[in-house]
Design a protein around this ligand. Structure first.
Ligand code: URA
Length: 250
């Protein structure tokens, strides 16, 4: 495989940045400065950029159905982390959670060693929608819905972007909500600002990718390039999800 392709599959650098790094003599193969982007790489060499060794394994992204009681971190002194749940073959591959779900939040969580994907999905400039089902202490009111749709102001005075939310259960306590930003405890704080309280929270989709219903809590699925295209697709699927809930409850 060409050196530039090898590096673009394993780092967050673009092909043109890699060419520049090679021209600037920053790339070494087995300790020898590489001079050509099309140099052949078998995969067993030690390749470094500016002295830092590039992992030999390829980019890997997993989708986990996160259970409760695990924190979205790579390590912790006292708490169990989502990395602890990984089958042995995925440990030691440099996977990190993409963003955070609270310890008591369940559902759709990506884990990746792909720096550029991590950046694309967590950058405030990208607006990948995230869809949650919140179980509330009190029924969701029309007034609360109006505030969330307009862009609710949290109790600390911070302004949220306009979001979507609609009750999906007869008692009005199950609500589908989508947000395109990622403030700390955002969904819980949005409902708290309406005078309500989230009792359970599950993320069910991100972009256009829905958590597969047969993925059990704690299980992971390897995502393919076509799945990642769906995750990064910002087309709104709120109405489609509502229609699905209505169909399944009728
Ligand atoms: N909003 C929250 O309040 N908690 C989460 O885990 C995710 C979004």
């Amino acid at each position: 495989m060409r050196l530039d392709k090898y590096l673009s599959e394993r780092t967050a650098f673009s092909r043109s940045q890699i060419k520049n790094l090679i021209s600037a003599k920053k790339v070494k193969v087995n300790g020898v400065t590489a001079s050509k982007a099309d140099m052949n790489i078998t995969g067993s060499e030690t390749v470094s950029i500016s002295g830092e060794v590039v992992r030999q394994d390829k980019k890997l992204t997993l989708l986990m159905n996160k259970p409760k009681d695990y924190i979205s971190a790579t390590e912790d002194k006292t708490e169990k982390t989502v990395i602890d749940l990984l089958p042995p073959e995925y440990k030691g591959q440099g996977l990190s959670p993409v963003g955070r779900l609270d310890k008591d939040t369940t559902g759709f969580l990506l884990l990746t060693n792909d720096g550029s994907l991590l950046h694309d999905l967590t950058s405030p400039k990208k607006h990948v929608p995230k869809y949650y089902i919140a179980s509330l202490a009190e029924p969701f009111t029309d007034k609360a819905q109006e505030l969330i749709i307009k862009g609710i102001i949290l109790k600390d005075g911070s302004q949220c972007k306009p979001a979507k939310a609609a009750a999906i259960s007869n008692d009005g306590k199950e609500v589908l909500i989508s947000i395109c930003e990622g403030k700390y405890h955002q969904v819980k704080r949005m409902f708290a600002a309406t005078g309500n309280r989230v009792e359970n929270l599950k993320r069910i989709a991100m972009g256009n990718m829905i958590l597969p219903p047969d993925l059990q809590p704690g299980e992971v699925l390897v995502l393919l390039d076509k799945d990642l295209t769906e995750v990064l697709n910002i087309n709104d699927i709120f109405s489609a999800l509502i229609t699905n809930f209505m169909k399944s409850s009728s």
